[in-house]
Ligand binder design. Structure first.
Ligand SMILES: Nc1ncnc2c1ncn2[C@@H]1O[C@H](COP(=O)(O)OP(=O)(O)OP(=O)(O)O)[C@@H](O)[C@H]1O
Ligand SMILES: [Mg+2]
Length: 495
């Protein structure tokens, strides 16, 4: 391979057909003292003068007179090689000198003296200082070498996993989650499709070492809250944001609450009689009652002490980390929002008081239950306190551009839709040419990893299979005919 030319910030490398280089691979243009690290983001044929005419002529000839033509000087071979010669479009990613990589890429290697060779990701990794020691294996790179990210790269960071439907996003989220569990971290998962409960089990049904750390709870069934344990702040948040309670009524509510709390009598029953007896305007009383009845009938609250869920207990009972899977499937949209609100505000409160260690939050399709104002809160204030979110979505436009700018790691699966591509290429931390060209060509189960975890050196990863029972599959009407045909080894409808 040789450097051909530089066009704006692209470096064009000419490669013979025998060279096994793919989009996403790294190359290195070496001179005596230093070398420029390049990444291939696209490729095209070498366009030599008259080559199209030659190909057309040959095609016409072979169609009209099929058979052998003698070619004693093997000119055809050379001509074929030229026709298949590729131009690799590369971006410079940095300079290696003295064995260390720096992001400087403002020089041009000599076209005559430099040699261009493949640079494997594992060799590239040697030239940067590691981010941590707790490796989470994600898949393979460069065909066969193992690739993982340090758990530390998710710690204190915001991560986004996005790609089109059924590209493998939840699959990857589960790999990361199991990796975090193996490193004794705590996670809370907002699970929309009942996918994460099996994370502690293998395909054959046996349990992994982490199975005991996974707890699945269904809001309204085995996850009910007591008013006293939730506390005033989360409840007022919920009343004003999820139940849109006006300010005047909220002030009266706080007074009633404080009175009951001072007497240590805070229950659903006493709250009802408290509102009944409170001296206030009838409109305010109506507003209070309306919200009270929503709280009382939503099934999320209880006065019975043995049914109550205490978030802090989850942490104290699982000393070596755990995954709290909040199953939101089958929960009404209003209850979803209330539960998420309650859990997030309780988490922040416990973190503020340093009662619990930092937590990783996995949020699938968060726009379905996360109130608008919470997004910024999650990535700024909550992250500061110790809630590190992994957003998983197949709708990149559901996440605001402001949020993307704060994101540290992005795992990108295939998108072919132009508007999604434009959005995601603008939002991500790599240049938009790279993102657009690579993401468009990504086959299923491969993703482009950008950002902090890979030190801003984009890497295309072939994600591993995950040893866990299949969950979250879309129900199908014709399921049994697929099963029958699979077991009989023949098509369901022979024709
Ligand atoms: N790297 C992989 N190796 C093997 N199977 C995979 C891999 N990635 C995904 N799959 C399988 O592909 C299917 C779809 O994956 P997954 O449910 O993770 O997609 P998704 O992007 O979350 O889809 P949705 O948009 O519907 O949520 C699953 O059955 C999953 O097991
Ligand atoms: Mg999914």
């Amino acid at each position: 391979m040789k450097i051909l030319k530089k066009e704006s910030d692209d470096i064009l490398v000419i490669a013979s057909p025998r060279e096994r280089v793919h989009i996403g691979d790294y190359l290195v243009a070496s001179e005596s003292q230093r070398s420029l690290v390049l990444q291939v983001y696209d490729e095209r044929y070498l366009d030599v003068e008259g080559i199209e005419e030659e190909i057309a002529r040959e095609e016409v000839l072979s169609a009209s007179a099929p058979g052998f033509t003698s070619d004693p000087t093997e000119l055809a071979t050379i001509s074929t090689l030229i026709r298949d010669t590729r131009i690799l479009l590369c971006k410079a990613r940095g300079t290696i000198s003295g064995g260390r990589l720096t992001p400087r890429a403002n020089w041009m290697p000599s076209r005559t003296n430099s040699t261009v060779t493949r640079l494997l990701v594992e060799d590239l990794a040697v030239s940067v200082a590691p981010l941590g020691v707790r490796n989470i294996r994600v898949g393979t790179v460069d065909n066969e070498s193992s690739f993982g990210i340090p758990a530390e790269a998710l710690d204190g960071r915001i991560t986004v996993i996005t790609g089109r439907k059924e590209s493998g996003k939840s699959h990857l989220a589960k790999i990361l989650l199991r990796g975090l569990l193996e490193n004794d971290a705590y996670s809370v998962i907002f699970d929309l499709n009942d996918e994460y409960g099996t994370i502690g089990r293998r395909v054959d049904g046996t349990e992994t070492g982490e199975a005991k750390k996974v707890k699945v709870l269904r809001p309204g069934r085995d996850m009910k809250f007591s008013l006293a344990a939730v506390g005033l702040r989360p409840i007022t948040n919920l009343l004003s944001h999820s139940l849109e309670m006006p300010g005047t009524s909220l002030r009266e509510f706080v007074k009633i609450w404080e009175q009951l709390d001072n007497r240590d009598e805070l229950t659903l029953a006493t709250l009802e009689s408290g509102i009944q007896q409170w001296r206030c305007n009838e409109f305010v009383r109506d507003a209070l009652f309306a919200r009270y009845h929503t709280l009382a009938s939503c099934g999320l609250f209880t006065d019975s002490t043995h049914q109550q869920f205490d978030l802090q207990d989850f942490f104290t009972l699982n000393r070596s980390g755990g995954a709290l899977v909040v199953s939101l499937s089958g929960v009404s949209p209003l209850n979803r929002r209330m539960v998420v609100e309650l859990i997030l505000s309780k988490l922040v409160e416990l973190l503020e008081r340093r009662k619990i260690p930092p937590v990783f939050l996995f949020a699938e399709e968060a726009h379905l239950y996360l109130r608008d104002t919470y997004w910024e809160d999650l990535i700024t204030r909550m992250r500061h306190f110790g809630v590190f979110t992994v957003f998983v979505t197949n709708q990149p436009d559901a996440i605001d551009q402001k949020i993307y700018r704060q994101v540290d790691n992005i795992f990108l699966y295939n998108f072919s839709n132009d508007s999604d591509l434009a959005l995601i290429s603008q939002a991500s931390m790599a240049d938009s040419d790279t993102v657009k060209a690579i993401v468009r060509t990504l086959p299923p189960r491969m993703c482009l990893l950008l950002g902090y975890a890979v030190r801003n050196l984009p890497v295309v990863v072939n994600v591993d299979p995950f040893d866990s029972p299949a969950t979250g599959l879309t129900r199908r009407f014709f399921e049994d005919s697929i099963e029958l045909s699979a077991s009989a080894g023949r098509p369901a409808h022979p024709s």
